[in-house]
Ligand binder design. Structure first.
Ligand code: UD1
Length: 430
């Protein structure tokens, strides 16, 4: 089993290039099978979830030609099945985008129920509500969601909760439905906009993505396109918080600063210095960080996917901070691991009360999910001594070359697969 071994205590310093957004790319790959023409997607992150989804569309007959690590050519003209199910696809949540995509194109999709990170119950009732409103019969049988529509018809849909997944999924299906669809209380995340932009470049008629009302005029068919995935806001934010927690100085490149505003605002509040450029953000950490309060909210609020990384920084700040998780109920599981490194955090329901400490000390910790895993790596980088992070398979699902990018910033981190490797690392770095 691969682990990260880290010798902490070195402020991160240098420049890092952010990859394409995983969560956008997953939906774009699903959208690519909605046409029988060729779709080229560039700036694709080379991470596990993406590779699993590419494998899944290949299994249903699409031609997937990996031009290079970051570019793929997809042709959905040869898709010959609407049944998506294998042991890998069950593990990634975004497999559900194939429901919207295949339902839109063929009026029928059968996709294994989504898995993903274990961060609490993750219902899909809003997806189902949306599909039903478009005239779809939805059944859950044998661990699969089975959707069938004689005739997909546009409709007026009000989302009871703001959901990125449901907004994108319904948007995918409605693109090829007859007539107009209005999605109210839609999610406004940058990747919702990215998916709408790609679909529009394929001939769709979608307006309002990025606001809470999306209007879609169904079209008969979609055509080829070449599209580049937006930069990953969460990967960028993770490096920004790593710079803060290690009191480093990092230029995070290939970002859209507007997408990072909530994170930037909190970093300023805790006393970091931020320099914004057209497509880069510099974070300069400070020795004495201030406390602050954070509540996760749908975009443009503070992202739930940045909550654990923020908690790590606040656990090293002066005074008491309060972090409220309002999106997923089970997202503080990593706190026990952090406590083992010396953090003082009390969790009550969906709130973490953090008393800042001067320093963490290295420990053996487990990554319970993707973002918490990244946060524990940041904690290890800021800690005195050696930290091992196990279950890094979670981290690899969403961060491309994580350890290499950190090494580029001067971090002492390596991927190891045995105790012998750990000993070697310790001997090497002293
Ligand atoms: C996406 C991201 C995930 C991120 C999350 C919130 C992907 C693959 N994943 O997840 O990394 O943490 O957005 O920014 O893009 N909900 C319902 N019913 C539904 C759907 C959602 O009640 O049908 C609730 C969820 O339980 C949660 C909230 O809505 O409380 C937001 O979930 P949603 O935005 O759908 O998250 P995902 O799309 O699953």
């Amino acid at each position: 089993m691969e682990q990260y071994i880290i010798k902490g205590g070195t402020p991160l310093d240098g420049e890092v290039e952010v990859s394409g957004a995983k969560n956008a790319a997953l939906a774009l790959i699903a959208a690519a099978v909605m046409t029988d023409e060729t779709v080229v997607i560039d700036n694709l992150p080379d991470v596990r979830d993406i590779n699993v989804l590419l494998e899944a569309i290949k299994e249903i007959g699409a031609i997937v030609d990996r031009v290079d690590r970051h570019c793929v050519r997809i042709n959905g003209g040869t898709v010959n099945s609407v049944i998506v199910d294998n042991e890998y696809i069950r593990k990634i949540r975004a497999s559900y985008y194939l429901i919207g995509a295949l339902l839109g194109r063929f009026g029928h999709a059968e996709v294994a129920l989504p898995g993903g990170c274990n961060i609490g119950s993750r219902p899909i009732d809003q997806h189902i509500k949306g599909f039903k409103a478009l005239g779809t019969e939805v059944d859950i049988e044998y661990g699969k969601i089975i959707t069938k529509a004689e005739n997909l018809m546009g409709n007026h849909i009000y989302m009871d909760v703001v959901s990125v997944g449901a907004t994108i999924n319904v948007m995918l299906a409605a693109t090829l439905a007859e007539g107009r669809t209005i999605i109210e209380n839609a999610a406004k995340e940058p990747h919702v906009v990215d998916v709408a932009n790609m679909l529009n470049s394929m001939g769709a008629n979608i307006k309002g993505a990025g606001t809470d009302v999306i209007r879609i005029k169904g079209v008969k068919k979609l055509h080829k396109t070449e599209y580049s995935v937006i930069p990953d806001q969460i990967e960028a934010g993770t490096f920004m918080l790593a710079a803060a927690a290690t009191r480093g100085n990092v230029l995070v490149k290939n970002v859209i600063p507007k997408h990072l505003e909530a994170i930037t605002a909190k970093l300023l509040e805790i006393g970091c210095r931020i320099e914004e450029y057209d497509d880069a953000v510099r974070v300069v950490g400070v020795e004495e960080m201030n406390n602050t309060h954070v509540k996760t909210l749908p975009y443009p609020g503070f992202p739930t996917d940045m909550q654990p990384q923020m908690v790590v920084a606040l656990a090293l700040a002066n005074g008491t901070s309060v972090v409220t998780e309002s999106i997923f109920e089970n997202r503080f599981k990593y706190v026990d691991e952090l406590a083992g490194m010396g953090a003082e955090i009390k969790v009550e329901g969906n709130t973490a009360i953090i008393n800042g400490v001067n320093m963490f000390t290295g420990a053996q910790v487990n990554a319970p999910d993707l973002r918490a895993g990244a946060a524990l790596v940041i904690a290890g980088l800021a800690a005195d001594g050696f930290t091992t992070v196990s279950d890094i398979v979670y981290i690899q699902r969403g961060y491309e070359n994580f350890e290499k990018k950190l090494q580029g910033l001067g971090a002492t981190i390596d991927k190891v697969s045995s105790d012998k490797d750990i000993q070697k690392f310790k001997l090497k770095v002293g």
